[in-house]
Design a protein around this ligand. Structure first.
Ligand code: AMP
Length: 116
């Protein structure tokens, strides 16, 4: 299931290049083009799901796998001990600009809280 006009579906399909650093059956991880921290990786399901609001019970494993990917990538990037942030924006007020769900994995610097 992919959406024709979705940027991240095009990355999954290999039609748009990305620096992919993680691949599994259900997810991929690639570096954000506009990084907000020394490590900024986006982790997305291969399946097109527009927002968190579009999740249903059948997506539980898919979403769980995104977090398992985040854990693995954080370890690979050397972030596990110091710490890192994993966040998913939903809709405009939260700053979502690409409507294919994605975890942001951010690390490599101190991150303030609350976020802006
Ligand atoms: P969000 O604002 O939460 O929807 O996050 C979208 C993210 O996708 C932003 O951090 C963008 O910098 C990033 N982004 C947009 N286009 C690309 C691309 N072609 N490759 C990698 N990251 C991208």
């Amino acid at each position: 299931m992919s959406s024709e006009n979705c940027l991240f579906c095009k990355i999954v399909a290999g039609d748009i290049p990305a620096e992919i650093i993680y691949e599994s059956e259900s997810a991929i991880g690639f570096r954000d083009v506009n990084p907000q921290a020394p490590t900024h990786v986006l982790i997305i399901p291969r399946e097109h799901i527009a927002t968190i609001n579009d999740l249903d019970a059948g997506h539980e494993v898919t979403v769980g796998n995104l977090y398992m990917a985040a854990k693995a990538i954080a370890a690979d990037e050397g972030l596990a001990d110091d710490g890192y942030r994993v966040v998913m924006n939903c809709n405009e007020a939260a700053g979502q600009t690409v409507f294919h769900i994605h975890l942001h994995l951010l690390g490599g610097r101190s991150l303030t809280w609350p976020p802006g």
